[in-house]
Write a protein that binds this ligand. Structure first.
Ligand code: SF4
Length: 255
């Protein structure tokens, strides 16, 4: 089947491409991601994708980067205090609808997305949006759970030296990812402090036992030294007495 694979980035494309190609899909990759901010980040992700795709002989088509359209469709939701789920739903909608329209206009039969590989995406919402995007164009939504392959995609993209971004794409996701990393760091620090507090009495007891052993050892050594000194003094006294006795004998003989 002639299938358009919507791709969010190079690393996320590796495993879905491999799996779909193995299933017989005739694939073209579509980079249609008006969500990515700033523009330099968008360019970096696209260049990373192209470098791998060009080397692998995979065709790539690019959409229009339209930050205003993304704000109007999805970004305003968070700006107005709406939940992330709504924002992401509309973000998927914008990108997948663009991909579906392009696929239909260029004779494709199916549409898939690499978003289904990332455990950070909203899997079910993304699925619903893919189905909805395909429906008006009569496309087959090619939806598979690629998430079990995410660790492999991570490993392979590292091996290939690919650029790996640390946030989903939009400005909000950047702030959210930074906050999540900071929260994880705080949680790790709190866990370390908790473990330290738990171990502190044990360490204090060990320290006290070590100090007691040291004191006992010092007392034993002092006792041994005193015994040695006493023995030495006794030997010296015996020697002196023997010398004195020998002196007295000598004087008696001389008399
Ligand atoms: S977090 Fe990702 S999917 Fe959600 S709105 Fe931002 S860029 Fe789109």
């Amino acid at each position: 089947m002639k299938t358009l694979l919507h791709a969010c980035c190079g690393p996320c494309s590796l495993e879905p491409y491999k799996l779909l190609a193995a299933q017989g899909h005739d694939l073209t990759i579509a980079f249609m991601n008006s969500n990515i901010q700033p523009r330099a980040e968008y360019d970096h992700r696209l260049a990373t994708l192209r470098e791998w795709a060009d080397a692998s002989g995979i065709p790539v088509v690019e959409g229009v980067w339209d930050a205003c359209a993304w704000r109007a469709e999805a970004g305003h939701i968070t700006a107005e205090g709406g939940p992330r789920e709504d924002r992401c739903r509309h973000c998927y909608r914008l990108r997948l609808t663009e991909a579906a329209a392009w696929a239909a206009a260029h004779g494709f039969e199916g549409l898939s997305t690499t978003l289904a590989v990332s455990p950070y995406q909203l899997f079910d919402i993304c699925h619903e949006e893919l189905v909805a995007a395909c429906r008006p164009f009569g496309l087959v939504p090619v939806w598979q759970d690629f998430r079990p392959y995410y660790p492999e995609a991570t490993r392979e993209s590292r091996d290939l030296g690919m650029y790996r971004q640390n946030y989903c794409g939009c400005v909000y996701s950047k702030a959210e990812a930074e906050e999540e990393r900071a929260a994880r760091k705080r949680a790790r620090a709190a866990e370390r402090a908790r473990r330290e507090a738990e171990l502190a009495p044990l360490r204090a007891a060990e320290e006290a036992a070590r100090a007691q052993k040291k004191r006992e050892r010092a007392a034993y050594d002092a006792k041994q030294r005193a015994k040695k000194a006493a023995r030495k003094a006794a030997r010296a006294q015996l020697k002196a007495q023997a010398a004195a006795a020998a002196g007295a004998d000598g004087a008696a003989h001389a008399g």
